[in-house]
Design a protein around this ligand. Structure first.
Ligand code: FO1
Length: 318
């Protein structure tokens, strides 16, 4: 069975671990968000691609959900000693090696998709990880500080500011002229199932869908499209998704996110049992909906969620 997953960072990566457990024989292709990418110290950092690669490859810092386990920060300390910032983004020594290899290969002319494939040769994530595009796309957030409006890089908004100020707009800079990376459209066309994991619907899945051709390919795909709500009980399970949802005028509820994607994209939507009252609303929008436990408390719970998504896909396909 060929499954394609549009994934962002932590939520998407954790879900993929459960999906692999639930469907061990499936051929899984992950279309990874690159809007979070940031250039630091002359290096290109791809947080969402690395979170998927490290999580499925066994190198992730489990508590954080990002970065490497058994990490040290000597290089970071030395950079700070030179007064070279930013200090608010925690790059560890082991993680630096990934960014050095990536930047070296990009500098040698390899596209990001080839670089990602090479990095995955080491990590063996057990899925095919393709960036949404080989072209540069960077999500910027418009905020207002001291009465003046300015745009900050997503990572500055997310990590430095902790999303403490309202996001007035979220802009995937460069998306309009980006092309899907090689293999992305083919994977969507050939998929037996397309999944939207509980990633951020705006800055992760929304950014992937903003690359011209990808939203259309998902909508036109013969495969059923099933999503899992990242919002449980009117609040994001993790992160500050509600902040960026507000920026695009979507209220922070499981039903609102389903409607945001729309019946043109989604065939099925899973909400958590606490949001069972949202099922009728989602079904009224033309999207088949079921209420099941959606907390990824451990790999078995996540695998159960993935099985529910597979079951719902069978229902809508039927
Ligand atoms: N998130 C934080 O909250 N603080 C950090 O210092 C931080 C550093 C970092 C370094 C590498 C990397 O791949 C991810 C990192 N993240 C950090 C997480 C990152 O902001 C998020 O994973 C995504 O961009 C949003 O999903």
């Amino acid at each position: 069975m060929r499954i394609v997953v549009l994934a962002g960072g932590i939520g998407g990566a954790r879900f993929l671990r459960g999906l692999k457990q639930a469907a061990p024989d499936a051929e899984i292709t992950v279309i990874g968000n690159t809007g979070d990418d940031i250039h630091l110290f002359g290096l290109k950092v791809c947080p969402d691609l690395d979170t998927v690669m490290y999580t499925l490859g066994g190198g992730i810092n489990e508590e954080q959900g990002w970065g490497r386990r058994d990490e040290s920060f000597t290089v970071k300390e030395e950079l700070a000693a030179y007064g070279v910032g930013p200090e608010w983004f925690g790059l560890g020594d082991r993680d630096f090696a990934t960014h050095i290899v990536r930047t070296q290969m990009l500098g040698a002319g390899y596209p990001l998709s080839a670089v990602t494939e090479a990095l995955c040769d080491r990590w063996r994530p057990g899925v095919r990880l393709i960036p949404m595009s080989d072209d540069r796309v960077e999500t910027h957030v418009a905020i207002e500080v001291d009465g003046e409006r300015r745009a900050v890089h997503f990572q500055e908004y997310w990590v430095k500011l902790r999303a403490s100020v309202d996001a007035l707009a979220v802009v995937p800079v460069g998306a309009e002229s980006a092309k899907p990376a090689p293999g992305v459209l083919e994977a969507l066309a050939e998929a037996d199932l397309i999944l939207f994991p509980p990633s951020n619907p705006v800055v992760s899945i929304g950014t992937i869908l903003a690359v011209p051709g990808i939203r259309e390919a998902v909508a036109a795909a013969g495969a059923p499209v099933v999503g899992l709500s990242p919002i449980v009980g009117d609040a994001p399970v993790r992160g500050m998704a509600d902040k960026v949802l507000a920026a695009v005028g979507v209220e922070s509820t499981a039903a609102a996110v389903a409607r945001h994607y729309g019946a043109g994209l989604l065939d099925g939507w899973l909400v958590d049992t606490v949001d069972a009252d949202a099922v009728a609303d989602v079904e009224a929008a033309g999207i088949r909906c079921r209420a099941v436990p959606l907390m990824m408390t451990d790999p078995d719970a996540t695998a159960a969620m993935a099985r529910e998504a597979l079951a719902l896909a069978g229902e809508v396909r039927g």
